[in-house]
Design a protein around this ligand. Structure first.
Ligand code: NAP
Length: 248
């Protein structure tokens, strides 16, 4: 059974990692996909070809999702090209880790703009369309770190906590219009974002995870599939952890 047949999904940051996994699972389930990226042209082409092989319509958009005007133009084009928006996965994100003592203002601003302002940009720009339609599922990528904090990631943790506060507020604002807004809090998911980490640090983390393995992009994508589908029609304003039990 295809859970997203005839639906249109927006996914930010789908050239790699979790976003790429979400796009593939959504396309396999019949959704047409508008995805964004900022620099990886070759990867974007490969993602388009892969998604099209599932028989769905796909369009890639290259722009910085922390730029409000560029986001406005993106949403306008999606509505023209695809006719509606069923789900939005605000996934694009970066890390610029470091202790506060050494954190530059630029590293703070970049993380807040790309991880949090982008969620405002896409949601705000899509709002009119969603309200007119009277349906939609917004899925925002947070992190376990946004719930419990993490030394050396104060910028990232603050941005991800912000994503949760934003998601819960939007759920309350527009739930009456049949628009749902939820957040996913992944734990340690093996992607290019985590490839740069010290292997010894990774080993230690895996020891602490009750399921004794890193998560996969597909693990997160399947949760996004649930939230985008009608199976979650009464799930609103929630944070769903996908973390192998490291946070309970
Ligand atoms: P990733 O592999 O680094 O991929 C990031 C994606 O975001 C890429 O497609 C990238 O596009 C895009 N992107 C980055 N900056 C952008 C910008 N300014 N505008 C538009 N797109 C931009 O990341 P990931 O590990 O899959 O993480 C995805 C999300 O899950 C993030 O929000 C992250 O914080 C969250 N998360 C990840 C983990 C984990 O363990 N991996 C855990 C918890 C939460 P380009 O390829 O063009 O650069």
């Amino acid at each position: 059974m295809k859970l997203l047949e005839g639906k249109v999904a927006i996914i930010t940051g789908a050239t790699r990692g979790i976003g790429k996994g979400v796009a593939e699972v959504f396309a396999k389930n019949g959704a047409d996909i508008a995805f964004t990226y900022v620099s990886s042209d070759e990867k974007a082409k490969a993602v388009v070809a892969n998604l099209e092989s599932f028989g769905v319509k796909v369009k890639a958009y290259k722009f910085n999702v922390s730029d409000y005007q560029a986001t406005e133009a993106f949403i306008a084009d999606v509505v023209t090209e695809f006719g509606k928006i069923d789900s939005i996965v605000n996934n694009a994100g970066i890390t610029r880790d470091g202790l506060l003592m050494r954190m530059s203002e630029e590293n703070w601003d970049d993380v807040m703009n790309i991880n949090l302002k982008s969620v405002f940009n896409v949601t705000k720009c899509a709002l009119k369309t969603l309200l007119k339609q009277r349906f939609g599922s917004i899925i925002n990528m947070s992190s376990v770190v946004g719930i419990e904090g993490n030394g050396g990631q104060s910028n990232y943790a603050a941005s991800k906590a912000g994503v949760i506060g934003f998601s819960k507020s939007i759920a309350q604002e527009i739930g009456s219009r049949n628009i749902r807004c939820n957040a996913i809090a992944p734990g340690f998911i093996a992607t290019e974002m985590t490839d740069n980490l010290d292997p010894e640090v990774i080993k230690g983390w895996i020891q602490d995870i009750p399921m004794k393995r890193a998560g996969t992009a597909e693990d997160v994508a399947n949760t996004a599939l649930f939230l985008a589908s009608d199976l979650s029609n009464y799930v609103n304003g929630q944070v769903i952890n996908v973390c192998g039990g490291i946070q309970t």
